[in-house]
Design a protein around this ligand. Structure first.
Ligand code: ZN
Length: 156
């Protein structure tokens, strides 16, 4: 019945066409995996922070997200900072949680962040490493104010 269609497609998909298509598909898949690995935090540490970033337009949304996360998952909710604090380039609110809470919280945050960007970082005792090699993101990665740490270290 649709044999003519299959034949037409098969005749179109000669090796010359198949190869670039397969190649493009693999490139696309690889890119997607790379992006997902960058975006989806992994449970590698005992303790974590999530820093929810927001601005004057999204503060109510962010506050609601943090309060609800605290209520649902019994994570510690920090102050809602209407100013730049520490290495964070935007106004922020901190959630403190551990490996046991990680999976459910991260999934819920990803499903409910509604466009907010969230920094997730492990707590290893090295502030600079925590905010670089041990950091991952929900949403768009933001450039942190890493100079904050060298200024802090020098003042010790
Ligand atoms: Zn932190």
């Amino acid at each position: 019945m649709i044999g003519w269609l299959r034949k037409a497609i098969q005749s179109l998909l000669t090796r010359d066409v198949q190869f670039p298509l397969t190649f493009l598909f693999e490139r696309l898949l690889l890119k997607t995996i790379q992006v997902r690995q960058m975006k989806i935090p992994q449970n590698l540490y005992e303790n974590y922070h999530a820093h929810v970033y927001f601005n004057a337009q999204t503060i109510a949304q962010a506050e609601q997200l943090c309060v609800e996360a605290g209520r649902r998952f019994k994570v510690k909710v920090g102050r809602v900072h209407r100013k730049i604090v520490g290495p964070h380039p935007h106004w922020s609110c901190q959630l403190a949680f551990n490996a046991a809470q990680f999976q459910e919280l991260i999934l819920w945050l990803e499903q409910n962040r509604n466009g907010l960007d969230i920094l997730i970082h492990g707590l290893t005792g090295d502030d600079l490493e925590d905010h670089t090699v041990h950091a991952s993101w929900l949403g768009e990665p933001q450039k942190l104010r890493l100079g904050f740490f060298s200024a802090y270290t020098q003042s010790q």
